[in-house]
Design a protein around this ligand. Structure first.
Ligand code: FE2
Ligand code: FE2
Length: 273
């Protein structure tokens, strides 16, 4: 846990990048897409539109192939970020490899699992189950969430994870979400300071308000999945990122911005990933 200085009257500026799916090899492609190229494009867009935020959130599937070189390549690609980047793993990540490479990197990557900034506490959860696409919150992670929320009852909380805790609205994708989502939402519901929940994994935008809490998912920086499709389908919409403004009074302002074009090389006929 670290505390970051902030003039608490102004909103915290946050940028989320998710599901970058980097490859170790320069020839690596996800459904025909050069993921490092599309990430660079989305990162430049965020930098031009949002300037330097207070911090970045990277919500998993950093790598597609779990290789050291993919994490090295990713960390090199964010060396120019002028604010700390907090990271949590997704189902495609190898958490030990990722943490090791990032700890040796000169990119502004932070390994804090929670931190306080101004009027807010940010909590990053690990839902990765090795060799499984769907996610799970262990007893340890649920306990850590409970303890963190109880430790700062006067701070608003933004909780981040990779897997979706609410249905996205299609059977194939809802079969690979957070398998103990009720344990998660029960914990959140016991605390009035939770104001936002943020995830990746579903490669599409999702916004829902539940019990006064904003639940948000964000497009991937590479390939998008078609919303409400009964079976896996690629969506021909551009990659993007999410910005958030976390106000001192607990309000969350947020939006998704997308690149101007669909990812070059995208294979719309892909049958899975
Ligand atoms: Fe992903
Ligand atoms: Fe994922």
């Amino acid at each position: 846990m670290t505390k970051r200085a902030n003039n608490s009257s102004r909103p915290l500026q946050v940028v989320q990048f998710t599901d970058t799916h980097f490859f170790g090899s320069p020839q690596g492609r996800l459904m025909g897409v050069d993921t490092s190229f599309t990430f660079a494009e989305v990162k430049r867009l965020a930098q031009s539109q949002r300037g330097t935020p207070d911090f970045y959130l990277l919500t998993g599937d950093i790598s597609q192939d779990e290789t050291e070189s993919s994490y090295r390549k990713f960390s090199q690609s964010i060396r120019d970020l002028q604010a700390p980047a907090y990271v949590l793993p997704g189902n495609h990540d190898a958490r030990a490899v990722m943490r090791q490479v990032f700890s040796e990197s000169d990119a502004p990557i932070r390994d804090d699992l929670s931190f306080v900034s101004g009027a807010w506490q940010i909590i990053l959860l690990d839902t990765l189950v090795e060799r499984q696409v769907g996610g799970h919150l262990s007893e340890t992670e649920l306990e850590r969430l409970e303890v963190a929320l109880s430790a700062y009852p006067e701070h608003h909380a933004l909780v981040c994870l990779h897997h979706h805790p609410l249905p996205a609205g299609a059977s194939w994708i809802d079969g690979i979400g957070l398998d103990n989502a009720a344990d998660f939402t029960d914990t959140l519901d016991r605390h009035t300071n939770v104001k936002g929940v943020l995830w990746g994994h579903i490669h599409q935008q999702f916004d829902l308000e539940r019990r006064g809490v904003k639940y948000m998912a964000t497009p991937s920086t590479c390939v998008q999945f078609k919303p409400r499709s009964e079976s896996f389908a690629v969506d021909a919409v551009p990659p993007g990122y999410r910005w958030l403004e976390l106000c001192a009074d607990g309000h969350v302002l947020s939006g998704v911005e997308r690149a101007s074009r669909v990812a070059t090389g995208l294979d719309l006929s892909s049958a899975g990933y």
